[in-house]
Design a protein around this ligand. Structure first.
Ligand SMILES: Cc1cc2nc3c(=O)[nH]c(=O)nc-3n(C[C@H](O)[C@H](O)[C@H](O)COP(=O)(O)OP(=O)(O)OC[C@H]3O[C@@H](n4cnc5c(N)ncnc54)[C@H](O)[C@@H]3O)c2cc1C
Length: 44
């Protein structure tokens, strides 16, 4: 089976919400989040 991957640019509210929602929809999805700053959102 083809392994799906998602790349998210930006780890603030928008990016982490998108990543969390995608993971809920597909627990096997490979997700990489790139954030240029020192912190990412943890309450998305
Ligand atoms: C002056 C002001 C006041 C606000 N006050 C409030 C408030 O009181 N309450 C409220 O709920 N909302 C407030 N907002 C709105 C809130 O900040 C935004 O709606 C929210 O932060 C948007 O989140 P976002 O993830 O979409 O974008 P952003 O917060 O802009 O996050 C984008 C992220 O992407 C990263 N990024 C960008 N380019 C790259 C790159 N090339 N590579 C890697 N990472 C990258 C950035 O470092 C950043 O972390 C305010 C906005 C402004 C401008």
């Amino acid at each position: 089976m083809e392994h799906q991957r998602l790349v998210v640019i930006g780890g603030n509210g928008g990016g982490m919400s998108a990543a969390a929602q995608a993971r809920r929809g597909n627990p096997d999805l490979g997700i990489a989040v790139f954030e240029r700053g020192p912190h990412v959102s943890y309450a998305a």
